[in-house]
Design a protein around this ligand. Structure first.
Ligand SMILES: [Zn+2]
Length: 531
């Protein structure tokens, strides 16, 4: 049958409202075709209700066979009766595609199922009215057909007034076209009328849905209303129009929106009448989808801002780190040139430098630790005369013009060497290492400048004693008495005497003094042990 062009390529099944296509219909077993052929003949002779009708003119049709030639099987097809009235498909050149669709759309309304459904919907609404549930008017109108079929789109299946709102009910049984639906929706919207599309069946398996169902579904906030057997009996029981509402409920799945099908039995009182768009729905799918989308967007924006803030902070940190390193490098370089100036003054040329002078010649962040190693070795370290002149000259220059201020800067290292020389033995050098924090506090007070810390002020060094080194605070108190430090006094006065208060509080506490390192302190600060 390939390539054969049927004059009537589809007909309307009056019982189901389905469109029956000639191509597939005539492809089935002959017995089924002849059964239908008999039913069509019976209808023509008025012995039964029509099974099939012409989609376009609504007239009865029959199945005829056409001999291709004398020997071959007859080719069967749908045909109008020989004495039929005009049919649009005979003169179809004059009709637009849209007109043909509109005619077909009205055609499906001729089916029995459509008629029965319409009556049931109307009866259910009438029950609602009689039991005072909000409906005040119900009307059904038979669809009138005219040859153009254009004006008939606007005859709704059922119309009603619900709480002063105009509502029409359109029953969808078979495939039709979006343009027809869109036309109707536009028309009703323009007339401030709500439209509720009613399906006999609606598949929640999305792939199985017909395009028409999807058109209506997406056009109606993804809510579909079904009037199936279950809904019909529930309507009768509740004396109201009860529909099954199927909608896709959005939910959040990570950073995406997912949907799950929900189904609920609803009456008109459960529904939202959107007075702006003239849509009727149970669940506002678009609204819920938008608020989830908004939530995801807000979160992503916040996360993006948080990331940007972190990056900015890292950038600032990195800039500071670089600035600090540059500053440190400048400081170290200034320290080295200070060292080299002294080395040349004392004529300590490279080939005759002591290990100590070599250490200072290569002054770096490692120098501080290396000095402990040098003086802590088993045989200890005996400074040369040249070492001593170097230390004295460099120390004086650094006190007047410090190369940089750091926890292990040149001035601190010079102080450290002086201490290591004073304690004499490697054993005591190791013991000095245990209390160098306190040693530098005492030295800071004695020299009236910061030693062994990166602080700017002596008073900041003094604060590290309370709390932190309270068991050696007795030495600190002796030190401020023996070596009056003008800077310390000035700086504490400027900050409201916080240190003075701490000292006062400490005196009340009677902390047991730690004297176990007195051998070291006595060698370094003998003045603190007199009287
Ligand atoms: Zn026709």
């Amino acid at each position: 049958m390939k390539g054969f062009q049927y004059t009537i390529h589809s007909v309307l099944d009056c019982e189901t409202g389905e469109e029956v296509f000639a191509g597939s219909f005539f492809n089935q077993d002959e017995s089924a075709i002849f059964e239908i052929r008999r039913q069509l003949e019976d209808a023509i002779r008025n012995r039964r209700d029509p099974k099939y009708k012409c989609y376009y003119c609504n007239q009865l049709i029959k199945i005829r066979g056409k001999a291709e030639n004398e020997t071959k099987l007859k080719r069967m097809h749908f045909a109008h009766q020989w004495d039929s009235d005009d049919c649009p498909i005979k003169t179809s050149h004059k009709l637009t595609q849209q007109q043909i669709r509109a005619i077909k759309y009205n055609g499906q309304k001729e089916s029995k199922l459509h008629e029965r459904t319409k009556e049931l919907v109307a009866a259910s609404l009438e029950s609602n009215r009689l039991t005072n549930k909000g409906i005040t008017e119900v009307a059904t109108e038979t669809v009138r057909r005219d040859t153009s079929g254009l004006l008939t789109w606007r005859k709704p299946d059922v119309s009603a007034v619900y709480h002063s709102r105009q509502v029409v009910f359109e029953i969808q049984l078979s495939t039709t076209f979006l343009s027809v639906i869109a036309d109707r929706e536009y028309f009703y919207q323009q007339n401030q009328t709500f439209i509720i599309w009613i399906f006999k069946f609606f598949s929640d398996e999305f792939d199985k849905q017909r395009f028409t169902e999807k058109d209506v579904f997406y056009g109606n906030n993804q809510n579909a209303f079904i009037f199936d057997g279950e809904a019909i009996s529930e309507s009768k029981r509740q004396q109201d129009l009860i529909l099954k509402c199927l909608y896709r409920e959005p939910y959040r799945s990570g950073q995406q929106i997912a949907y799950r099908w929900q189904e609920r039995s609803v009456g008109l009182h459960d529904l939202t009448f959107d007075d702006k768009n003239y849509k009727v729905f149970l669940f506002d799918v678009e609204g819920a989808t938008n608020s989830i989308r908004q939530e995801i967007d807000d979160e992503q924006r916040a996360e993006w801002e948080r990331q940007r803030e972190i990056e900015q902070r890292q950038q600032v940190f990195e800039q500071r780190r670089q600035a600090y390193e540059e500053e440190l490098e400048v400081g170290l370089s200034r320290a080295r040139s200070s060292v080299h100036q002294t080395l040349s003054e004392v004529h300590a040329y490279p080939e005759r430098r002591s290990p100590l002078l070599n250490e200072f010649a290569a002054f770096s962040l490692d120098t501080y630790g290396n000095l402990f190693t040098l003086f802590g070795q088993d045989q200890g370290y005996q400074p040369t005369e040249e070492d001593k002149s170097f230390l004295r000259i460099t120390f004086e220059r650094e006190r007047l013009n410090r190369s940089h201020l750091d926890r292990t800067d040149l001035l601190t290292c010079l102080c450290l060497v002086t201490c290591l020389i004073k304690v004499k033995s490697p054993q005591k050098a190791h013991r000095l290492k245990k209390v160098y924090g306190t040693v530098f506090v005492l030295l800071s007070v004695k020299l009236d400048c910061v030693v062994g810390q990166s602080f700017q002020k002596v008073v900041q060094v003094a604060h590290t004693v309370f709390p932190g080194k309270e068991s050696f605070a007795h030495l600190f108190l002796k030190a401020i008495e023996r070596y009056p430090s003008p800077n310390l006094q000035k700086q504490d006065d400027r900050s409201g005497g916080k240190l003075a208060k701490k000292i006062e509080a400490f005196r009340q506490k009677n902390v047991e003094p730690d004297q176990s390192y007195d051998d070291v302190f006595r060698l370094l600060f003998p003045e603190l042990f007199t009287q």
